[in-house]
Design a protein around this ligand. Structure first.
Ligand code: SF4
Ligand code: SF4
Length: 369
């Protein structure tokens, strides 16, 4: 879904939830009420939705692997607002077998199964560790299979097959056929994309953590960072992931992960941090700075890391040129954000602006190659 349509769909769903009968919502969805707010379980984590502002919060601080994107939030709202009552058999079926599924299948396949195939093509058994940390259970189908509970009333199965002489490698996501009472086909397709995105993000993080070479760690790195103006509080980070969850750049590019940056700094991965191109992705919007429960001030830490990268010769002159260009784009972006906020305050909301900002971000990230 395009960024502009996503924003519109999200705003529509927010309004519907504000006006919905919460008892009915909870009865159909398996969510629970906490006064006038809702608690819903999604991917093994409980989220509290504060109403009427429709603000999402984690109930427990254990969800550092769960980053709620706008798509996640939209799926949660659509699930809560669903009211389908189709009679079904309770069987597990593929997307193509859902009513109308053939029509959207190729988009669906690209969003979900195809990415899952790529993620586990070298090691189908890798599906187990990742799925277990998402609350999944091992099954005994194909070369690797798991069952995952996405929402209280939505359970899925994922089955992987290795390539052999007769068949190519395959990944199937199977849904209980009553899923149509909770999500429409587009939502199911987006959900498959979110599952694939989580798998590849978690696989990458696990791989990076496993690949740490102890002899390359620099134990002084964190002290050097902390001694610089603006970064004095960064060792307070307790890895909650709030920064990543609220960062607009992380939402667009899953390789940009503020929590992971801090973690690498604390571990002493000097070279990995200072030479990474993601160091230049931050647009200094200060969202993470405002939301961090530990007052880590990540935006300022980023500025410190960039200074260190330049001082220590980690960036080439070409990269310097690109960084200057990006800085100019960031200034324009900040100007647009301020203008958007000001128009909002004056009640003249520009609904296309969030979409425009996203495409500006994307242009910038492309610029850095
Ligand atoms: S920087 Fe702050 S928000 Fe980010 S992980 Fe650390 S404590 Fe959480
Ligand atoms: S300041 Fe940088 S890291 Fe923090 S939320 Fe904004 S873009 Fe993300």
């Amino acid at each position: 879904m395009e960024a502009g349509s996503l924003t519109k769909a999200f705003e529509k769903a927010e309004n519907l939830l504000r006006n919905a009968n919460l008892d009915e919502v909870c009865k159909h969805s398996g969510a629970s009420r906490s006064e006038n707010n809702i608690i819903i379980r999604y991917f093994n984590n409980d989220f509290l939705i504060l109403l009427p502002d429709v603000v999402f919060k984690t109930v427990y601080e254990t969800s550092d692997n769960i980053v709620l994107t706008t798509v996640d939030k939209l799926l949660i709202l659509h699930y809560l607002l669903s009211n389908g009552e189709e009679k079904t058999n309770g069987d597990f079926v593929g997307y193509k077998d859902l009513p109308g599924g053939m029509f959207y299948y190729s988009t669906y396949f690209k969003q979900g199964p195809n990415r899952i195939i790529k993620c586990f093509e070298d090691n189908p058994k890798g599906l187990y560790d990742i799925s277990l940390s998402l609350g999944g259970e091992k099954l005994n189908y194909g070369d690797a299979s798991v069952c995952l509970k996405i929402f209280p009333n939505i359970e899925i199965r994922i089955v992987l097959y290795r390539e052999d002489v007769e068949f190519p490698k395959e990944a199937y996501i199977l849904y209980k056929d009553d899923i149509i009472n909770y999500l429409n086909l587009k939502d199911i397709s987006m959900l498959s994309g979110e599952i694939a995105g989580r798998f590849s993000r978690m696989k990458r993080e696990t791989k990076n953590e496993n690949e740490i070479e102890l002899h390359s760690l620099d134990k002084n790195f964190k002290y050097e960072i902390a001694s610089r103006p603006g970064a004095g509080y960064f060792t307070r980070c307790f890895s909650c992931g709030t920064c990543t969850a609220s960062c607009p750049v992380s939402e667009i590019d899953e390789n940009f992960n503020p929590r992971m940056f801090i973690r690498r700094c604390l571990l002493g991965q000097r070279e990995l941090v200072l030479s990474s191109k993601e160091l230049w992705f931050c647009v200094q919007c200060y969202t993470c700075y405002a939301r961090c429960p530990q007052d880590v001030r990540f935006t300022d830490v980023m500025a410190v890391l960039r200074d260190m990268a330049v001082e220590e010769g980690y960036i080439s002159s070409t990269m310097m040129e690109k960084a200057k260009k990006i800085e100019k784009m960031i200034q324009n972006l900040r100007h647009s954000i301020t203008e958007y906020t000001w128009m909002n305050i004056k009640g003249k909301k520009d609904n296309d602006m969030p979409g425009k900002l996203v495409s500006e971000f994307e242009k910038m990230i492309k610029e850095l190659g």
